[in-house]
Ligand binder design. Structure first.
Ligand SMILES: Nc1nc2c(ncn2[C@@H]2O[C@H](COP(=O)(O)OP(=O)(O)OP(=O)(O)O)[C@@H](O)[C@H]2O)c(=O)[nH]1
Ligand SMILES: [Mg+2]
Length: 320
């Protein structure tokens, strides 16, 4: 195991790939590896890129990666693939869009399936971001499609959140209405080559002025034309500015501490859920209870609570 850890710390991409699979499959060895790596994390800066489907998130990620590579920074990319009806074929498109980085040993790209997760990002993304951090990536970019409230999860993994909106899209206005704006640290109005970009910038700015600014940071709005690489340098400058702001105000460490606690809680929940299911399946009489619930002899809501009350797993724990 020690050898694997050493190889990862040295930035070996194949080891990184293997460890990511280990974590995704939830294998026992993952815990030891993560523990050994923990002291080597905290260096990478994580940026979440979210926004409606097709807004240009992957194009921005691709361009930012190129820019960061020119600055000599190494980059890890996690693309949350929601496998939702909204984004069919997105992954293939991303592969094409990010093709030029696949051969670069200083860029690591991985898509993370989020199938079956309800809302937000799966816990795994937080864990994987830490792996990329330990592997020495200077910047970790996390792309997530935001539909409705789902992009809120990106808050929990990123040091800075970039919300990508586009003119001429009902989505943008929906997003403004949905209050999702609160999560964004920086706005990109992408596809600024299209009509309506300036109006969208004004609309965002106006909305920001209405919402009370409790964080001491007014999110900048940057116009971009990602497909041509326009505005990307300014966008990254704003990320850097946000990083400096958060560091100076001790907000960055706070944010990261909260993230660790959140990951811990999610892991507890996940593991409890898993153990419960196992236990429940083994419990004598459970088959019978399930049949009664199915037939209508037992009411699902109250029967679940009754079952928990009498389960040996919780015996003597009245606080449940
Ligand atoms: N006109 C114009 N097209 C753009 C711009 N940026 C990206 N595109 C195009 O918009 C399309 C979608 O871009 P993506 O980067 O795949 O968007 P995405 O947000 O990652 O999409 P999903 O991951 O599927 O939600 C592609 O065809 C891009 O070439 C831009 O600034 N202007
Ligand atoms: Mg994409």
């Amino acid at each position: 195991m020690q050898e694997v850890v050493q190889r990862l710390l040295a930035g070996d991409q194949r080891t990184l790939s293997r460890l990511i699979s280990l974590v995704e499959r939830g294998e026992a060895e993952a815990a030891q590896v993560l523990q050994a790596l923990d002291a080597h994390t905290g260096r990478a800066y994580t940026v979440g890129i979210t926004g409606p489907p097709g807004a240009g998130k992957s194009t921005i990620v691709d361009r930012l990666t190129a820019l960061l590579r020119r600055q000599g920074a190494s980059v890890g990319i996690l693309a949350a693939d929601p496998t939702s009806p909204f984004s069919g074929g997105a992954l293939l498109g991303d592969r094409v869009r990010m093709q030029r980085h696949y051969l670069d040993s200083q860029v690591f790209i991985r898509s993370v399936a989020t199938r079956g997760q309800t809302g937000g990002l799966p816990r795994t993304v937080k864990t994987l971001a830490r792996l990329l951090d330990a592997a020495g990536k200077d910047v970790v970019l996390v792309e997530t499609v935001g539909v409705g409230q789902t992009e809120l999860g990106v808050l929990e993994v990123a040091d800075s959140v970039l919300l990508v909106l586009v003119p001429e899209s009902g989505d943008a206005i929906q997003t403004l209405k949905a209050g999702v704006m609160e999560i964004a640290d920086i706005y990109a109005v992408n596809k600024a080559d299209r009509p309506g970009a300036d109006q969208l910038v004004s609309a965002i700015t106006a909305t920001l002025q209405l919402s009370p600014n409790t964080r001491g940071w007014t999110p900048p709005v940057v116009k971009t034309e990602a497909h041509r690489g326009e505005g990307l340098a300014e966008l990254w400058e704003q990320v850097e500015a946000h990083r400096r702001f958060q560091t100076a105000a001790s907000l960055l460490s706070q944010r990261r501490q909260q993230r660790r606690v959140k990951e811990f809680m999610e892991m507890v929940e996940e593991e409890l859920g898993r153990r419960w299911k196992e236990q429940i399946q083994r419990e004598p009489g459970m088959e019978n209870v399930l049949q009664q619930v199915a037939r209508g002899d037992l009411e699902p809501y109250s029967a679940a609570l009754d079952m928990l009350k009498t389960s040996p797993l919780l015996a003597g724990r009245s606080e449940f």
